[in-house]
Design a protein around this ligand. Structure first.
Ligand SMILES: [Zn+2]
Length: 265
């Protein structure tokens, strides 16, 4: 079974202690490719270094809404440079987030629109983060020219009623292992009904780990903080297969096709 991790942050320092070991074992666990998302000027270089070293790493470069306030004057040129340096790279993680403390929504929208335009201009897939801003995301996406090959709304936590509208604009939707939480069951069931040709699976490692009781690859930092492992990808596939009531091999074949269509062969 070939597995594709549509969204993670394998470059993140919380994974430093395990990264080398994971690079050895992930291909043997069926992981065929992963999209590793940079989020700020400070980590685009780390993503690039990984992509240069590991052939199954697909880099993606973006300014995440959490880092909008700290952006430099010249962030656009630097970002464009990284995207152009890797012909297979995506744009993102970019997006909108009203959940963070004191969000500068206006600046978030401006930075997001610029990154959508970059994805369009460079003909790249776009990876979107959206928390508590689905109405606004819908509004912005309707206003702009959208990437032709589509875009991913990762770890989709929006209402089910909005899925069809986003899908018409080119959206794919990905599920993270975090949705195995009992209180997330309702949202997991939304993924039982997302159009099958728009469904993707992610780990979002080192974030969005599954509940400890079912986590097959539990990692913890010395200070006790939980860290999600990209080795939890198969766990996420099995969780989605269960909610869709389909054999995991069949699901994996569909997800693989979706991944290739969005991010490229
Ligand atoms: Zn992310």
């Amino acid at each position: 079974m070939e597995l594709f991790d549509a969204h993670n942050h394998f470059q993140e320092e919380r994974l430093d202690a395990w990264r080398e070991g994971l690079m050895e074992v992930l291909p043997g666990m069926g992981v065929r490719e992963m999209v590793v998302n940079g989020m700020s000027e400070g980590d685009w270089g780390k993503v690039a270094a990984l992509a240069e070293r590991v052939e199954w790493v697909r880099p993606s470069f973006g300014l995440h809404p959490w880092w909008v306030k700290g952006r430099s004057e010249g962030w656009r040129e630097v970002l464009e440079g990284w995207v152009r340096a890797f012909p297979g790279a995506g744009v993102g993680e970019a997006g909108l987030d009203r959940w963070i403390e004191d969000p500068d929504v206006e600046a978030q929208v401006e930075c997001f629109k610029w990154q959508v335009a970059l994805a369009v201009r460079e003909e790249r897939a776009l990876s979107v983060h959206c928390v508590r801003a689905f109405g606004l995301l819908d509004e912005v996406l309707r206003e702009v020219v959208r990437p032709e090959q589509g875009f991913l709304i990762h770890s989709y936590g929006g209402p089910e009623e909005m899925v069809a509208g986003f899908a018409r604009m080119g959206a794919y939707f990905s599920v993270s292992p975090h949705f195995a939480l009992e209180r997330k069951r309702g949202q997991l069931e939304v993924f039982g009904r997302v159009p099958l040709d728009r469904l993707l699976i992610e780990t979002d490692a080192p974030d969005l780990w599954p509940p400890a009781e079912v986590n097959p690859n539990r990692l913890q930092l010395a200070d006790g903080r939980e860290v999600n492992s990209p080795a939890n990808l198969q766990f996420a596939y099995e969780m989605v297969a269960e909610v869709r009531g389909m054999p995991v091999e069949e699901l994996a074949a569909m997800v693989g096709e979706n991944y290739r269509r969005l991010f490229g062969g």
